[in-house]
Design a protein around this ligand. Structure first.
Ligand SMILES: Cc1cc2nc3c(=O)[nH]c(=O)nc-3n(C[C@H](O)[C@H](O)[C@H](O)COP(=O)(O)O)c2cc1C
Length: 359
């Protein structure tokens, strides 16, 4: 990293803290000059059932670009970002040009780039204030809006929705393969995965899951004869789904169709999430129903497990009935939000040196 100018090192070192599904960090940085970086954005659709058409990875790449632009302001620079045309969707390229601007103020979100973190455990049920909700809505650029699900009745409705949805996640071999690869067992921190302590189950369930998840046959046996999926669904979905201030959905004004729509949505998502951190609030994304319901609407056979396909169609119908959601194809991010406590375990990031591409 000798040749990396200190402002670039500072900006990229912060940018890599952007969130990504299962902490995949689908990006790399190629330095083209003192004020020019080429960002490589990848996806994992070939082996991750959740990465439908690469859209979740594109959200993450959007979050990375937004984080980079926010970080650049702390060095007095503005950012111009252009996607290079003609590359495959699975390998996106973005030219980033930085420019010093006299008297540019540092973005107030800069201090929150590293402190923003997923909270997967129970949160306080204290409602969001009107000021918090409007600060969050204002964090979204024009063309995006937030739909809130608040109060005990709506939180219960969403908790039950997540509980039912989790049965898909925990009973299909396609998702098992992903979970096996992304959980780092016996860890409180993980640079390239999710440490089991941040997953959200208690220590005993975690030990049990670790043993069961060594082989798909064990998972299938416990699911079939002993309802093995119930304890994790209670701990990961039903209880935290109720114990939070609210659930929310982020929607665009139009359906998201192109790669660029998802990149732009990822930028909006990250501003929303960083603003939540500035307000002292935690978020847990709830992306799997967004993904499974999209599979159902497209009629895609995403698993060999027939009951899970039926459940995805049912969840899609329930999603379409959610108040305030006028077009499910405009929904790109869903989650729960609330006040602390802060999580005691978290995903870290790959070192910057490992993300640099040298040509
Ligand atoms: C597009 C996207 C989808 C995600 N989906 C989920 C999800 O469904 N459930 C969840 O608990 N976390 C989800 N996450 C959170 C990531 O697992 C998390 O950002 C990553 O592990 C890094 O951890 P950190 O955000 O605490 O730094 C998602 C993040 C992104 C950007």
């Amino acid at each position: 990293m000798k040749s990396l100018p200190s402002h670039l090192e500072h900006i990229l070192d912060l940018a890599r803290w952007a969130p990504s599904g299962d902490n995949t960090q689908p990006w790399a940085f190629e330095i083209l000059g003192d004020e020019q970086v080429l960002i490589h954005g990848f996806d994992t659709r070939d082996h991750v059932v959740y990465d439908l058409d690469g859209h979740p990875s594109q959200l993450a790449v959007g979050a990375l670009l937004e984080t980079l632009a926010i970080a650049a302001t702390s060095t007095g620079r503005i950012t111009e970002i252009q996607r290079r045309p003609g590359t495959p969707d699975t390998h996106l390229l973005f030219d980033v040009h930085l420019r010093v601007l006299a008297d540019l103020a540092s973005d107030p979100l800069v201090p929150h780039i590293k402190t923003r973190v997923v909270q997967r455990r129970a949160m306080s049920t204290t409602a969001l204030t009107a000021q918090q909700k409007s600060a969050l809505a204002d964090a979204l650029p024009a063309g995006y809006r937030v739909v809130w699900f608040e109060g005990a009745g709506e939180r219960w409705r969403l908790a039950k929705f997540m509980f039912d949805n989790a049965k898909i996640r925990l009973t299909i071999p396609e998702a098992y393969a992903v979970h096996r690869a992304v959980i780092e067992w016996g860890a409180r921190y993980s640079e390239d995965r999710i440490p089991d302590a941040a997953v959200g189950v208690d220590a005993l369930t975690s030990r049990f899951m670790r043993w069961v998840m060594q082989r798909w046959e064990r998972v299938a046996f416990f699911n079939k004869y002993l309802f093995g999926h119930i304890p994790p669904r209670l701990q990961l979905d039903l209880v935290p789904g109720f114990l939070c201030a609210a659930h929310f959905m982020l929607c665009a004004d139009k359906p998201l169709v192109q790669v660029d729509d998802h990149i732009a949505a990822g930028r909006a998502m990250q501003r929303f999430w960083l603003t939540a951190d500035r307000l002292g609030l935690f978020i847990q994304p709830e992306m799997t129903p967004v993904i499974f319901s999209r599979y159902a609407r497209r009629g895609i056979t995403f698993t060999q497990t027939e009951p899970a396909l039926r459940l995805a169609r049912d969840l899609n119908r329930r999603l379409l009935r959610m108040p305030g959601l006028s077009d499910a194809d405009a929904l790109f991010f869903m989650g729960r939000i609330g006040h602390g406590p802060a999580p005691r375990a978290r995903s870290l990031r790959k070192p910057l040196g490992g993300l640099l591409i040298h040509n």
